[in-house]
Write a new protein. Structure first.
Length: 78
């Protein structure tokens, strides 16, 4: 990663301009943003596994609520 230090006698505005230009040229920010946005899609097998796991967990929680071992949720998800 590149380092930016304010030069002696340099105004903050010119330093900020130089910093932004340097970030754009080094492509550090664009690479970081692309990693956040472009996540790999889950395969069908992964989707099925997640769905089965959540169904099992939901059934377990409803059973525990019915027998009184778990508190009732007072709020609902949106």
């Amino acid at each position: 990663m590149t380092e930016f230090k304010r030069k002696k006698g340099e105004s903050f505005e010119s330093f900020l301009r130089r910093f932004n230009r340097g970030l754009k040229n080094s492509r550090t920010l664009t690479v970081a943003r692309s990693k956040i946005v472009n996540k790999p899609k889950k395969t069908k097998r992964q989707q099925k596994q997640k769905a089965l796991f959540s169904m099992e967990l939901r059934n377990k929680n409803t059973y525990l609520r019915k027998i009184g071992k778990m508190k009732e949720n007072t709020f609902k998800k949106k």
